[in-house]
Design a protein around this ligand. Structure first.
Ligand SMILES: O=C(O)CCC(=O)C(=O)O
Ligand SMILES: [Fe+2]
Length: 246
């Protein structure tokens, strides 16, 4: 691990709300297996797709479980570095990092070729509700992250690189010091595209309360993950502004 990794990651969280990760320690074969499984799954007719998802040896079987296990180890390493960078003490960190109290989910995304890409959107602009998201994208371009000064910035895929997005929960916990990356996926008329998102964060009953250092004032009120999820379900883009204290 690069000795400057924590600082670099911390600064990327402050400036971008996202970063790209090389030398992450996840074997390429584990990522390739998930890609193959995902492509196979999306190629099935609808009723077979459902059956595969429900069966123990299907898409939720060993390949996905292995991927999820590896992602969890990586997510915990990243979380430890990020919380350290933020100045959180180890007692507070122990409340959920390294314990069984995490929420995890894998989402497989498929974007078919689109004959009129200017008139369609693969995935509309959003921030992830997670603490952080680790994203693997296949060879086709499409992911874009919004940056105030630059507009929509393409994050093109590289086989050895994972993309990490800061989600709303870390944005709240950092007292808005870290951005949560507004991102979207665009489509094109020549290549289909796949991506695999791993969402990671504390469980529903965890109370997210902004980490306030020195004489700073909390920008958000404290609330449980569950309460935040329900506010976001109803208000989507307006959710963060509904819990601000100012
Ligand atoms: O497909 C992508 O590159 C983005 C996926 C994404 O943002 C998500 O699943 O939340
Ligand atoms: Fe996302």
């Amino acid at each position: 691990m690069d000795p400057n990794a924590m600082e670099q990651i911390g600064h990327a969280c402050e400036k971008w709300g996202a970063f790209q990760l090389k030398n992450h320690g996840i074997p390429l074969s584990v990522i390739e297996d998930v890609e193959v499984e995902s492509k196979h799954l999306f190629s099935l007719p609808a009723e077979k797709k459902l059956k595969a998802l429900r069966s123990s040896g299907g898409a939720t079987g060993d390949t996905m479980q292995n991927y999820q296990n590896q992602m969890k180890v990586l997510a915990e390493k990243l979380t430890h570095m990020i919380l350290n960078f933020m100045g959180m003490n180890s007692e507070e960190e122990k409340k959920w990092v390294g314990s069984k109290n995490q929420f995890e989910a894998i989402q497989l995304n498929y974007y078919p070729c689109c004959p009129e890409p200017d008139r369609a959107m693969g995935l509309a602009p959003h921030t992830d509700t997670s603490f952080l998201t680790i994203l693997h994208q296949t060879q086709t371009n499409g992911l874009q992250i919004f940056q105030k000064c630059l507009g929509w910035v393409p994050i093109n895929p590289d086989p050895n690189t994972l993309v990490v997005n800061i989600g709303d929960i870390l944005h709240i916990l950092s007292n808005a010091r870290f951005h949560c990356a507004l991102h979207r996926a665009i489509v094109n008329n020549t290549n289909e595209r796949y991506s695999v998102a791993y969402f990671y964060g504390p469980q529903a009953d965890y109370v997210i309360s902004p980490l306030v250092l020195n004489s700073d004032v909390p920008c958000f009120r404290a609330l449980t993950v569950k309460d935040y999820l329900s506010i976001k379900a109803k208000n989507f883009k307006g959710a963060l502004s509904l819990i601000t204290t100012t």
